[in-house]
Each structure stands twice: as structure tokens, then as C-alpha cells.
Design a protein around this ligand. Structure first.
Ligand SMILES: Cc1ncc(COP(=O)(O)O)c(C=O)c1O
Length: 436
């Protein structure tokens, strides 16, 4: 990589960004063109990073190509939705077959029932499921259903949580959040969150929580924390919602399956649609059956693309033929080994760096010591994130700009080795900036 020996992080980032700009004139021009019609040339905030994001033109297996012809090993993995890689032949065949029979049919289809059955079989807390178009929408429906079911207003969230564009609880929050009366707990704070739930009492409709915070930095919840949330919500009559939009990939039956905890409602998204636009919410039959349109008092829930045939067929094939329970187990076990190996490397090289996460999801943090919540994560030297990102890209590795690495089934051992080599190069060449 030939990193210059900078003494301060800001100049190292500036130099790395200048190198990136020189390497990627076509992506830069593309952004400028797009910016005439889209704000900042962007329609997904999370894909933007300075000086400008790469424009991708092609994906195959675990590889991506950009507009300037560079090839990358894809460790962004479409923020976990890319579990199947870019050209899984089994999923591709399912989509082709669905296309042969026509799309937008405006009717119920068989694949939706089969996908629902596969989900109910896999996720023990889901007795019934409904589909949406995104994880955001799945969460909006789950929270709204909880408020209607309990006839209560309050929604408890965790600091650092992310449940979609209108449920953004990272530091700074968002003026666009869905206007529910929120109370915010500290992730993994057993005592504090217990008190908060008790204080809210019969005002609280639900607690929504990621059993591992994904976007917040792959921060695992302690089993004790989630068990407390389960027990306390049960006592006060609030519903417990697990947002498994990301974490459902971590085991055959999601993180709820691995932990043996049963939320009242669960939201899903990402890879469960086989790489097509997808979201879902499901859970206890007595709650979700309120959507049964045969009832006189049925809750309404439409959505033009809820049962889109491409999504339903791709998702069904993915879950039943590709991401089977055995594959889910062995895939995440490989991820655990990779994360442990990266942590061992950081330790050996004396870098104040750690990789948190579980199975096929991990995030790098530029600090040592336990990371239990967003405050711990923010205490890291996060100004190093853009440097890592620029350096990784220059070495043909494409992670999320925030330092999240996600595995896909298309990754082979050679791609893991390439990541380890690139990380070793980064930790060695930037040692003077990383040791503090
Ligand atoms: C935990 C979690 N919930 C919900 C969402 C929103 O899903 P979508 O982007 O499909 O709306 C995300 C997206 O990253 C997520 O990570």
C-alpha cells in the first residue's frame, strides 16, 4: 500500500482521500452528474462518504467492480442483505422462473404462503408473519401493531439503535423519526432499563431492541439484559419486539433461536428476501391475527409490493435451498474464527483495535476495553474510520465506511486471507497512529 508516514490522523486521512480521488475520476464524475438531480447525488445516506462514494457497476460471487474498473472483495455485503453473494445460481434460477410467469399480478401467489411457512418454521417466536417492502416498514408496522394491541402510546428504544430511516437513535438522532412518544434506555444497562420499564408502567406499549446492535457497531446484548427485558415487559403488559432485520442471519432461527428468548413480535428484512427488496413482521398469533381480513374488526395493512413475486420466490429459495439450518451454523462459525483471528492479529501487533460482533457480522473499533453500548463505541478514536476505509479500498477490500464487515456465502478462504493480509498491512503501516 505504501502508506506515507504521517504523524497525525487528519493529514493521513487527507492524503488517503487525495489518493482515492486520483484513482477514481469516473466515480467522481458520476457523482457530480447525479448531484444535478439527487441531493448530493445520493438516495441512501449510508452509502455516502467523503470525498465521494464509488459507483459500482457489477457484482459477481464476492467481487464488485467500480466505474473506474477496480475490482474489490465485497465485505460490505449490502449491509447484511447480500448474504447470498452477487450471482448465486440457485437464487438466480428462482428469479428467472418467477419472471417467466409474469410480475405484478395483483393477486395472492403461492410463493408468499410457502415463504411464510418457511419463516414460521425457522423462527420460534413467529407464529404468523406479514410481509412489507423494507425493514423500516416492518418495524413501523410492528411498533404500530404493538400500540394498537396494547392501546398504549409509549415506545422504548435503546440509544445507538437503528430500526430504519424513521427510527434512528444514534447520537444526534433525527428530526425525521416517526413521531411516537419515545423513552430511551442504555443498551445492556440491566438496572437502568428495568427501572425505566417499571416507571413507564401502563404507558408503555413496547420495547424494540436489536438483540445485537448492528449499525451501532455490532454490539452484542448480554443474555441477562434481554432476559430482563423479556421478564419486565411481561410484567407490565408491554410487548417485546426483537428487530432481527440484521441478526436473523446469525443462526438457523436468528439470534432469538440462539439465545432461547421469545419476543412477542419480530421484524425481519435484508437477506430474507433473497437479495430483493424485503421486510416482514410477525410474532404471536393473537397479535398478528388481528390483521386477518376476514374479521369484522381487522386492522388494515396493504402494500403494493408486499407479496412481490420476485422477492417471494427468491426469499423462499434462499431460505429453503441455500441458507439451510446447517449452512447458517457453519457459515457463522467461519465468521467467528475470522473475527478471532483478526483480534489475535491486532493484539500481536500491539494495535489499540478490536473487532466486535458475532458470526458473519463484525465491526472494527479503535479502542480496547469492553464495548457494551454506543457511549463505549463513541469513546473509540473514530476519526480513524475514514483512514481504514480509504486504505482498505486502495487494497481492493470494500467494507462499510463505518468499519463494518459482513460476510457472504460467496466468500471463500482466499477472500478471508485477502482481508487478513490487508488488515495486517493497515495495522503495520499505520502503527504509529494506532498505538495510542
Ligand atoms: C436493525 C435494522 N433494522 C431495520 C433496518 C431497516 O431496514 P431497511 O433498510 O430495509 O428499511 C436496518 C437497516 O440497516 C437495520 O439494520
Amino acid at each position: 500500500m505504501n502508506a506515507p508516514a504521517n504523524t497525525d490522523i487528519a493529514s493521513a486521512v487527507a492524503e488517503a482521500q487525495a489518493r482515492f480521488t486520483a484513482d477514481n475520476p469516473n466515480s467522481q464524475a458520476q457523482l457530480e452528474k447525479a448531484a444535478a438531480f439527487m441531493p448530493g447525488g445520493n438516495t441512501r445516506t449510508v452509502l455516502f462518504y467523503p470525498p465521494f462514494p464509488l459507483t459500482m457497476t457489477k457484482g459477481e460471487g464476492c467481487s464488485l467492480w467500480d466505474l473506474d474498473g477496480h475490482r474489490y472483495i465485497d465485505f460490505l455485503g449490502e449491509y447484511t442483505a447480500g448474504l447470498y453473494g452477487h450471482s448465486n445460481p440457485v437464487i438466480r434460477a428462482a428469479i428467472d422462473k418467477a419472471l417467466d410467469n409474469g410480475i405484478v399480478m395483483g393477486g395472492q401467489n403461492q410463493a408468499e404462503a410457502d415463504l411464510a411457512a418457511a419463516i414460521v418454521e425457522r423462527f420460534h417466536a413467529i407464529d404468523r408473519v406479514r410481509f412489507t417492502n423494507s425493514g423500516t416498514e416492518g418495524n413501523l408496522m410492528a411498533v404500530s401493531a404493538a400500540r394498537a394491541f396494547t392501546n398504549r402510546p409509549g415506545v422504548m428504544v435503546m440509544a445507538g439503535g437503528y430500526h430504519g430511516s424513521v427510527f434512528y437513535f444514534a447520537p444526534g438522532g433525527s428530526p425525521l423519526n416517526a413521531p411516537f412518544p419515545y423513552v430511551m434506555g442504555t443498551y445492556n444497562d440491566v438496572e437502568g432499563c428495568r427501572d425505566l420499564i417499571r416507571e413507564q408502567g401502563s404507558d408503555l406499549a413496547c420495547v424494540i431492541v436489536e438483540p445485537m446492535q448492528g449499525g451501532g457497531g455490532c454490539i452484542e446484548a448480554s443474555p441477562e439484559f434481554l432476559t430482563m427485558l423479556r421478564a419486565e415487559t411481561e410484567k407490565t403488559g408491554a410487548l417485546l419486539i426483537f428487530d432481527e432485520v440484521m441478526t436473523s442471519r446469525l443462526g438457523p432461527g436468528g439470534l432469538q433461536g440462539l439465545l432461547g428468548i421469545t419476543p412477542d413480535l419480530t421484524s425481519l428484512g435484508k437477506y430474507v428476501g433473497g437479495g430483493m427488496s424485503f421486510g416482514a413482521f410477525g410474532g404471536r398469533a393473537d397479535i398478528i391475527d388481528r390483521f386477518d381480513p376476514r374479521r369484522d374488526d381487522a386492522w388494515p395493512h396493504a402494500g403494493t409490493f408486499n407479496n412481490n413475486v420476485l422477492t417471494m420466490n427468491a426469499g423462499l429459495t434462499g431460505l429453503t435451498k441455500v441458507y439451510t439450518a446447517d449452512v447458517a451454523e457453519s457459515f457463522n462459525a467461519r465468521g467467528d474464527v475470522l473475527r478471532q483471528s483478526l483480534n489475535a492479529m491486532a493484539e500481536k501487533l500491539g494495535a489499540a483495535v478490536q473487532f466486535t460482533g458475532r458470526g458473519s457480522m463484525m465491526t472494527i473499533h479503535f479502542r480496547q476495553g469492553e464495548i457494551r453500548n454506543v457511549d463505549d463505541a463513541m469513546a473509540g478514536r473514530n476519526e480513524l474510520r475514514p483512514l481504514l476505509h480509504m486504505d482498505m479500498v486502495s487494497m481492493g477490500i470494500y467494507p462499510a465506511a463505518r468499519g463494518m464487515f459482513t460476510l457472504s456465502l460467496a466468500h471463500d478462504e482466499a477472500s478471508f486471507t485477502a482481508l487478513e493480509d490487508a488488515m495486517e498491512e493497515f495495522l503495520t503501516s499505520r502503527a504509529s497512529l494506532l498505538s495510542a
